[in-house]
Design a protein around this ligand. Structure first.
Ligand code: URP
Ligand code: ZN
Ligand code: ZN
Length: 462
């Protein structure tokens, strides 16, 4: 009888389609067998635990450069440590397209930075310009080098594309067979509403939510899908925040428009009332699209159950609360429109979503795995090495204690970001051991994987 390097014994294995109790045999970096009474040089008893595929977070802003040269404060070492502490073994993060430098140069430089990662990573390429070099020469090269997708913005001063530019990107993406993910909010409508708010003296953080109502997200989503339809190019709507938008996507999907969608735990667990917290505290909750109402939150679950929304990502975007280039970079009296947009969420993604989704009775465990690991792996060309538990797959595994209750506090995630929006929230269900490619990478709140152990994952599309 074969003796495996490691056997994980008697855990409840969960995939996107099955739940069953068995042993997993690992040799080197791979799962090689699933069965009963397997023998290993090392045996890990997983009785009473769930064994999940390592989480795949498809939307993380890590060590990303902004147009003004600022670098996001969570770097590859810190962010990927937090990822492991929360049960995530793969991230898909973003190469910038800042002025004055070419696309391929920025893709290559970002891949180089990822050399410090503790976990495996893939890369989305942001597109902010549509000059001939970008469209004709460089998009095909980054696709060829294994980018997981392109990302475009319909809002933000430094990023947004016109409809004409967006169509150019879609045409180029179709030729290179690469998905385009879109941040859908109407730039001009938001500018108009921000100016109105400021003229009325409504400068407090909650103005962020009222100046970006669901209609600006719904309109942009409809427009993005229409353009995808015109070009016959697959798009993904990133960070859907409310049912009005999900409903629009469902309508397009029923006409066979090639559109898929993502949402994030914060749209399912936090509300716009969090923006009303005392003084500057509300800025911790500024992200775009903004947090919505409790009713919107409740309305989102049906779109996770029926598959209209098929991925849960963190949209991790760590700005410190107290640091020089964080939320307070323009001073503590700055109006809401000057506060950098984004919230940390890489470490908390799985525990917060598990607690709301599974303990809240909203979806099944197999759906949980589908939304947080399997579909992201499939969508970004990483499956079946990543995203499932099967012979031949990478041994990226999470031993998850469904009974463990934890009160979330930022210190648990050991990141460069000095706050979590979930401070003080009690959740049940927590990762106790994480293996990455057959090596123990996290155990009981201690990160073991060293910087540099992560590998760049080339997307295999098609
Ligand atoms: O507020 C957000 N979401 N910040 C991160 C950048 C983006 O829009 O995805
Ligand atoms: Zn976005
Ligand atoms: Zn984002």
């Amino acid at each position: 009888m074969t003796t495996f390097d490691i056997v994980i014994r008697n855990g409840m294995i969960v995939t996107a389609t099955d739940k069953y109790t068995a042993d997993i045999g690992i040799n080197g970096s791979k799962i090689v067998d699933i069965g009963f009474d397997l023998k290993g040089h090392e045996t890990i008893d997983a009785t009473g635990l769930l064994v999940l595929p390592g989480g795949i977070d498809g939307h993380c802003h890590i060590e990303q450069e902004e147009a003004d040269g600022t670098i996001h404060e969570d770097d590859f070492v810190s962010a990927t440590g937090s990822a492991l502490l929360g049960g995530t073994t793969t991230v898909v993060c973003f190469a910038s397209h800042v002025p004055g430098r070419g696309l391929v140069e920025q893709f290559d430089a970002y891949r180089e930075k990822g050399g410090n990662s503790r976990i495996d990573f893939a890369i989305h390429q942001i597109i902010t310009r549509t000059d001939e070099q970008t469209i004709r020469d460089e998009i095909p090269v980054v696709a060829e080098r294994g980018a997981a997708g392109l990302k475009v913005f319909m809002t933000y001063d430094d990023f947004h594309l016109t409809d004409g530019q967006f169509l150019q990107v879609l045409e180029a993406a179709r030729k290179s067979d690469i998905i385009v993910s879109v941040h859908c909010e109407n730039y001009d409508a938001i500018r108009h509403l921000i100016l109105q708010h400021l003229a009325e003296g409504r400068t407090e953080p909650h103005g962020h939510a009222t100046s970006r109502p669901p209609a600006v997200e719904r309109e942009a989503t409809y427009r993005a899908m229409t353009m995808g339809e015109l070009v016959d190019q697959k798009i993904q709507i990133f960070h859907v925040s409310c049912p009005e938008v999900a409903e629009e996507i469902a309508r397009a999907q029923s006409r066979d428009v090639k559109v898929v969608a993502e949402t994030c735990p914060h749209y399912l667990t936090l509300t716009e009332d969090d923006l009303k917290r005392d003084g500057f505290e509300g800025t911790k909750y500024i992200c775009s699209p903004p947090l919505r109402t409790k009713a919107a939150q409740d309305g989102m679950w049906q779109y996770l159950r029926n598959g209209v929304i098929s991925i849960i990502s963190s949209d991790h975007c760590g700005y410190t609360f107290d640091g020089a280039v964080g939320k307070g970079r323009h001073g503590r009296d700055a109006d809401f429109s000057l506060i950098p947009n984004g919230m940390p969420g890489l470490g908390t993604r799985l525990p917060v979503f598990y607690d709301a989704a599974i303990n809240g009775g909203k979806i099944d465990l197999t759906d949980f795995v589908r939304l947080t690991a399997t579909t992201p792996a499939q969508r970004y060309g990483l499956y079946p090495e990543k995203g499932t538990i099967a012979p031949g797959s990478d041994a990226d595994l999470v031993l998850w204690d469904p009974k463990k209750s934890v009160t979330i506090t930022n210190a648990l995630f050991q990141s460069n970001i000095d706050y979590t929006p979930y401070e003080g929230r009690q959740v049940q269900g927590w990762p106790v051991k994480v293996f990455q490619r057959g090596v123990l990478a996290m155990e009981n709140g201690t990160v073991i994987a060293r910087p540099g152990t992560g590998r760049f994952l080339r997307s295999r599309r098609g």
